[in-house]
Design a protein around this ligand. Structure first.
Ligand SMILES: NC(=O)c1ccc[n+]([C@@H]2O[C@H](COP(=O)([O-])OP(=O)(O)OC[C@H]3O[C@@H](n4cnc5c(N)ncnc54)[C@H](OP(=O)(O)O)[C@@H]3O)[C@@H](O)[C@H]2O)c1
Length: 284
């Protein structure tokens, strides 16, 4: 049962293999979504300062009836914050907004501010933001630290001055968008890859090729897509506020053949439709 399966991070912290993404869940709906997910058995919840729902997510955690130390809560430092003191203040801000004594995983959301995604020179700023995360880690405010949307060059940049190697790199990983080399680079260095948008932000639901394959396995497209990311050795983060979808997304105890894994990897890239405006889906 996937909900009870875990990976071990390089610092020996345990992280559940399946998590709940919360992007696009409004703050006033987030507490109920988190309680529903925890009731169903989810123990890993992913939010971010940028999602504007840390308050609701924190409320859901505190009112879930499950002990805090059985839950794994991640949040992300806003991509725009690239200096040490502002990052430190923002980490403390997340703790306050979530209403938690500690965070299980905190990530730098992106190597560049969103409006300059994959542009500019933020080398120094990323090293400063990373130093703030390292300080929070050493102070026990966060149990593990990582990055998101970091390319190999971004990882090499923070390695110049870091004392802690990122425990996690959260990346856009789904059938039709699999950064194979970057995943291997991270895995070789003990950096767990978290797969975000495993259902391509919904864009893959109508893909006839994926629909046909899902039918062959007797599963749904989201189940096939989530299983695909897990079989890559990544930690999967599907988003939904719908308890029926939460339950269905946890039914992934089947095996995708090697040939079908390759076919899913080589699928034509998804068209994200109206959501192509978001920098993460811009193909950069
Ligand atoms: N680090 C980053 O830069 C970054 C960027 C993007 C996302 N993320 C993280 O990754 C999480 C997931 O990514 P995502 O939100 O982009 O998209 P996703 O999980 O790939 O797809 C979500 C879409 O799939 C639908 N869906 C989910 N389960 C379903 C089911 N069983 N049946 C039918 N439809 C289903 C959802 O609709 P319903 O809500 O109606 O179920 C929603 O429209 C985010 O919430 C966030 O935590 C991180």
């Amino acid at each position: 049962m996937i909900l009870t399966e875990t990976y071990i991070l390089s610092n020996d912290v345990t992280i559940p293999k399946l998590g709940l993404g919360t992007w696009f869940i409004d703050d006033d709906k987030a507490a109920q979504a988190v309680r529903d997910a925890i009731e169903i058995g989810y123990r890993n919840i992913d939010t971010a300062q940028a999602y504007g729902n840390e308050r609701g997510v924190g409320e859901g955690i505190r009112t879930s009836g499950v002990a805090r130390d059985e839950l794994f809560i991640s949040t992300k430092l806003a991509a725009e914050i690239k200096d040490h003191d502002a990052a430190t203040a923002a980490i403390d801000g997340s703790l306050t907004t979530l209403g938690l004594d500690y965070i299980d995983l905190m990530l730098i959301h992106a190597p560049q501010p969103w409006e300059d995604f994959r542009g500019g020179d933020y080398a120094e700023g990323n090293r400063e933001a990373w130093r703030a995360l390292e300080d929070a880690y050493k102070a026990g405010k966060v149990r593990s630290i990582g990055v998101s949307n970091f390319l190999q060059s971004d990882l090499e940049n923070i390695a110049v001055t870091s004392t802690v190697t990122p425990h996690v790199n959260q990346l856009l990983v789904h059938a039709g968008n699999t950064p194979t080399e970057l995943i291997a680079y991270c895995q070789d260095r003990g950096i767990l890859v978290q797969a975000y948008s495993p259902i391509a932000h919904g864009a893959i639901l109508d893909n006839p090729q994926v629909q046909a394959m899902a039918e062959r396995y007797g599963v749904t497209v989201p189940q096939l897509c989530i299983r695909y990311t897990l079989q890559l050795g990544t930690q999967s983060l599907p988003k939904t506020a719908n308890p029926d979808h939460m339950r269905a997304n946890a039914q992934v105890d089947f095996e995708i053949s090697e040939a079908d894994m390759t076919a899913l990897r080589d699928l034509n890239a998804a068209d994200y439709g109206e959501h192509s405006v978001f920098p993460v889906y811009s193909g950069k």
